[in-house]
Design a protein around this ligand. Structure first.
Ligand code: PGA
Length: 260
């Protein structure tokens, strides 16, 4: 299929703090971020603090343009679901995004394609923008099943989505074996998978939706490997765990985006 000509996609650099930082540590990070020079035009920043730090982070970031998201969401809006947090609560706390189907949710907490699909719908229903995480395990990659695994995850997650939904969707390709391990996919391997993901979305939703879709890479992104990943045509940003905990390191990753 012929590619249409699109406006260059913006790069989205997101910090996934996981279960790190107290509220006061989160506040110090944001203060540091605000006192540092803004990243180059064409780059958007996004922070996923733990739930309880969202209000403080969102309030401090105010109109800086740096967005805030929740690391997870539950699919019901309210009710007897002890320990869960809903989309309307996340919106009310000041977040705009939600991370869906992160590999730690899938592998440590037993989430599966069905729960991921329900959470994705809840995210749209509450007006949040989801970042849908997909990625294969090392076993699946070594068995030559990386693409079929990601395809299965995408097929299930996207099957109930409308075109309007997909326009608001971000996808993060995070090979499970690269998360928190210090091993990154090579830029070429990542590029190949990103192109595969975009082809899949193009096959279902066509262009311009596929051409405009932001696909982030995640898995041991650091200031010293960010440039080689972010210069790839199909890589539209990074979802950063460990290296996002320090504001200077997070900004160095954003600063590694090649200038257009
Ligand atoms: P990492 O985590 O950068 O520490 O590998 C990435 C992620 O889990 O989103």
């Amino acid at each position: 299929m012929r590619n249409q000509v699109h406006m260059p996609r913006r790069k989205l650099i997101a910090a996934n703090w996981k279960m790190n930082k107290t509220i006061s540590e989160a506040v110090s990070f944001v203060e540091r971020l605000k006192s540092s020079p803004a990243p180059q035009p064409g780059c958007d920043l996004l922070i996923f603090p733990p739930f309880i730090a969202i209000p403080a982070v969102a309030r401090l970031l105010g109109d800086t343009g740096v967005a805030v998201g929740a690391q997870d969401i539950f699919w019901e809006n309210e009710g007897a679901f002890t320990g869960e947090i809903s989309g309307p609560m996340i919106r009310d706390a000041g977040a705009e995004y939600a991370l869906i189907g992160h590999s730690e949710r899938r592998h440590v907490f037993g989430e599966n394609d069905e729960t991921v699909a329900r959470k994705l719908m809840a995210t749209f229903a509450s007006g949040l923008r989801p970042i849908l995480c997909v990625g294969e395990t090392l076993e699946e990659r070594e068995a030559g099943e990386a693409e079929s695994t990601v395809e299965k995850q995408l097929r299930s997650a996207l099957s109930a989505l409308s075109r309007e939904n997909v326009k608001r969707l971000v996808i993060a390709y995070e090979p499970v074996w690269a998360i928190g391990t210090g091993r990154t996919a090579t830029p070429d391997d990542a590029e190949q998978m990103h192109a595969f993901i975009r082809r899949f979305v193009r096959g279902v939703f066509g262009d311009p939706i596929a051409g405009e879709l932001i696909i982030q890479y995640g898995g041991s992104v650091k200031p010293d490997n960010a440039a080689s990943l972010l210069e790839m045509e199909e890589i539209d940003g990074a979802l950063v765990g460990g290296a996002s905990l320090d504001a200077d390191s997070f900004l160095a990753i954003a600063g590694a985006i090649p200038r257009q």
